[in-house]
Write a protein that binds this ligand. Structure first.
Ligand SMILES: C[S@@+](CC[C@H](N)C(=O)[O-])C[C@H]1O[C@@H](n2cnc3c(N)ncnc32)[C@H](O)[C@@H]1O
Length: 348
């Protein structure tokens, strides 16, 4: 046994355990509005913050101490301050790097731990809708900053001829749309186009309708509860799958359904978690996060549906290409990527 290696590994584990505990603290801070109350960057005492956020002063001091120990807030002369960079990640919902909202996805992993233990002892199945509801709102908040930052500015322009169609007026499907974060972003950008959101999870469809109404795009969006293999609408110029294909039991069936619902010159936009093709190439901080989520959320959902392919959240481009080729698509290419997303284009 190498004592130095043991010490180094224990240091990493202590760091990870602190990070996991701090995520609960981040979720609490987001829910109680503590970060937002500090977003002005002014130094504050615990009592002042507690008065502003209407929280218990003693617990607020403890919460601030944990934030300071993590470098999330700065401590100086007994006052705590949220620096502007941390505020972008923790307080400003419209920032492209806002992560505090998405932290509740990780909360759902802990809350639903017993269900995953049962799944792992059994057939591996745990359906999306059987998770704690914080997964659904957390997923919306986790992905929305990326859609706002990239979808209109980079991802759609990376597709062949799609932006011109959207500007003229196109029919667009957002399959597995969840709370409609991506649908709303596109509907806001292209007022002449019509957007159809489908998801098999009824509460998500209800939330998506609310989000579209709040954003003022209800008249050009339509949401329906439908699986990726069962929506009836056709003649789409663009069919999108945002971070959902790998969650499906039958991704090949979903791609086949998209094939027959697309116009002859239509395009599929497939956004999946960034991954390389080989496990060994994904043993890094991004792969670590996605494999963990895939174990607790994505793969059990796939195994809960018919076929139960279990693609996993780190499938990689080659595996995804095989899905689309098997469904009949002739052209498939990587249009662009971010450190967190593969952005792929499929055409007939
Ligand atoms: C990780 S979430 C992504 C949601 C949304 N696209 C987003 O980016 O915020 C995966 C979504 O796929 C949906 N889903 C899973 N299997 C499905 C299926 N077979 N048909 C339709 N939707 C499905 C889930 O209900 C969930 O809303």
């Amino acid at each position: 046994m190498d004592e130095a290696k043991l010490q180094e590994f224990m240091g990493r584990l202590v760091n990870d355990m602190g990070g996991a505990a701090m995520l609960a603290s981040v979720i609490i801070g987001e829910e109680l509005g503590l970060y937002r109350a500090m977003a002005d960057g002014k130094p504050t005492t615990a009592d002042e913050l507690a008065a502003k956020a209407r929280t218990n002063p003693r617990l607020t001091r403890e919460w601030l101490s944990a934030q300071a120990a993590s470098g999330y807030v700065e401590l100086s002369d007994g006052k705590f301050r949220l620096p502007p960079e941390q505020a972008m990640a923790l307080a400003h919902e419209d920032s492209p790097v806002y992560v505090a909202g998405g932290a509740s996805v990780l909360g759902a992993m802990f809350i639903d731990k017993d269900k995953v233990v049962n799944a792992m002892r059994g057939d591996g199945a745990l359906a999306w809708g059987d998770h704690h509801p914080c997964l659904f709102s957390g997923t919306e908040k986790f992905f929305r900053p990326g859609y706002r930052a990239n979808l209109v500015s980079t991802w759609l322009p990376a597709l062949d001829g799609v932006v011109a169609k959207l500007e003229r007026g196109a029919r667009v499907a957002d399959v597995g749309c969840g709370h409609g974060a991506s649908t709303v972003v596109m509907a806001q950008a292209y007022p002449k186009s019509r957007f159809f959101g489908f998801d098999y999870h009824a509460p998500s469809i209800a939330a998506a309708r609310e989000r579209a109404a709040e954003a003022g795009v209800a008249e050009r969006t339509e949401f329906a509860q439908a699986s990726a293999k069962s929506y009836a609408a056709k003649d789409f110029d663009l069919i999108c799958f945002f971070d959902c294909l790998h969650d499906m039991g039958d991704p090949i069936g979903a791609a086949r359904h998209a094939y027959q619902a697309l116009k002859p010159d239509g395009t599929v936009l497939l956004v999946e978690p960034f991954a390389n093709d080989k496990l060994e190439q994904n043993l890094n901080p991004v792969g670590r996060m996605f494999y963990a989520a895939s174990t607790l959320i994505c793969t059990p959902n796939s195994l809960s549906q018919e076929v139960g392919l279990g693609l996993g959240a780190q499938a990689g481009e080659a595996r995804l290409r095989a899905v689309f080729e098997e469904a009949g698509f002739k052209r498939f290419r990587r249009a662009t990527e971010t450190p967190f997303n593969l952005v792929l284009e499929a055409q007939k």
